[in-house]
Design a protein around this ligand. Structure first.
Ligand SMILES: Nc1ncnc2c1ncn2[C@@H]1O[C@H](COP(=O)(O)OP(=O)(O)OP(=O)(O)O)[C@@H](O)[C@H]1O
Ligand SMILES: [Mg+2]
Length: 332
């Protein structure tokens, strides 16, 4: 008995919900993704974080069998996405970035048609719709035309549609794009619940750092068709150093911001110092911001570097993105 238990446990721990190796997708001259590797263990929320055009939707489209890769391979729920596309489809749910449902249908009709596509019996569909309408709190609106829904209600309906077939793995492409803060936090709550109470594995894409930070057990940072960093959000941030001192200013006597950065980079307690794309701000990664601030400022005055503004903060995933790509997430 004990042996069987141990074996089951090991199997569960090493199982991957999603695994991709070297995924490439080209459209003629355009390379949409350029060698994406991913490993998402069963039961994890994984976020692909990246700017517009990074390749997030392309990656999701391959993993959900909507398009085929030009090169590379992926397995979802243990099935190859090209050779066993039907098995993959049976194991997953998807919600799309661009919601393309017939606006003249009611929410209930949208869910019902989806269940029919997957050959659910009418009693199964009825049961499932009842549960999901409660879950995403669309009880009052479910028989109204989708045309009359707000953006947040449409996202919630889309989430319910993705869950109709009780998938083990759910793909969410930009689940909160365009929503106000209150609606975003609501969707985050549903996503966390699905993961915690039903053990669903989730892969979501987002260009919001706070979303990745709030939800994901692991984040893959995507830029220009590649995963440039992958890890727990806290670990990615911690790898940058404990604190970041941001100094905005200008050099006198030909001393540039870059010169100032290279001088502070040599201080023993500074892990790294970089400038932003415009060259007006120096980010100085240190063991303790409050303790080291005075020393940094004294170097600045010694170098006739005029400081206009200074802040001390813990690094964020935005700093991680900047570190790995050389440009900021918001203006990438
Ligand atoms: N069908 C297509 N034909 C040609 N180019 C495409 C096609 N689909 C995507 N691309 C290109 O591939 C790149 C990645 O696009 P993708 O939609 O995957 O990015 P994304 O990360 O989802 O962006 P967003 O945050 O704007 O949704 C972009 O440069 C895009 O223009
Ligand atoms: Mg996209």
């Amino acid at each position: 008995m004990t042996l069987v238990w141990v074996q089951t446990k090991v199997l569960v721990m090493t199982e991957l919900a999603i695994e991709a190796r070297g995924l490439v997708k080209r459209y003629g001259e355009v390379t949409a993704i350029n060698g994406i590797d991913l490993s998402v263990p069963v039961g994890m929320i994984f976020a692909l974080l990246g700017p517009n055009g990074a390749g997030k939707t392309t990656t999701i489209s391959i993993l959900t069998t909507l398009i085929q890769p030009t090169a590379g391979a992926a397995r979802v729920a243990g099935h190859d996405v090209v050779r066993a596309a039907d098995e993959v489809r049976r194991a997953i749910g998807v919600t799309f970035q661009d919601i393309a449902v017939d606006q003249d249908l009611s929410g209930r009709e949208v869910l019902n048609i989806h269940g029919q596509l997957y050959r659910q019996s009418s009693s199964e569909r009825r049961r499932r719709i009842g549960e999901l309408v409660d879950l995403v709190q669309l009880n009052d609106a479910i028989d109204r035309r989708v045309r009359t829904y707000s953006g947040g209600m449409k996202r919630r309906l889309e989430l319910a549609r993705g869950l109709m077939t009780e998938p083990a793995i759910l793909f969410l492409d930009e689940p909160t794009q365009g929503l106000d803060p209150q609606n975003r936090v609501g969707i985050w709550g549903y996503i966390r619940d699905l993961n915690r109470t039903r053990g669903l594995s989730l892969l979501l894409t987002t260009h919001y750092m706070d979303e990745a930070e709030a939800l994901a057990g692991r984040v893959g940072i995507v830029d220009q068709g590649r995963v440039v960093a992958d890890g727990q959000p806290e670990a990615l941030v911690a790898a940058l150093g404990a604190d970041v001192i941001r100094v905005r200013g200008q050099g006198a006597d030909f001393a540039s911001v870059a010169d100032f950065a290279s001088v502070v980079a040599k201080l023993p307690f500074v892990e790294r110092a970089t400038t932003d794309a415009e060259g007006g701000v120096v980010m100085i990664y240190v063991d303790s911001g409050s303790r080291r601030l005075a020393e940094v400022l004294s170097v600045a005055s010694g170098k006739s570097f005029q400081v206009d503004d200074v802040t001390v903060a813990r690094p964020s995933l935005g700093d991680v993105f900047l570190h790995h790509t050389g440009h900021a997430l918001r203006d990438a």
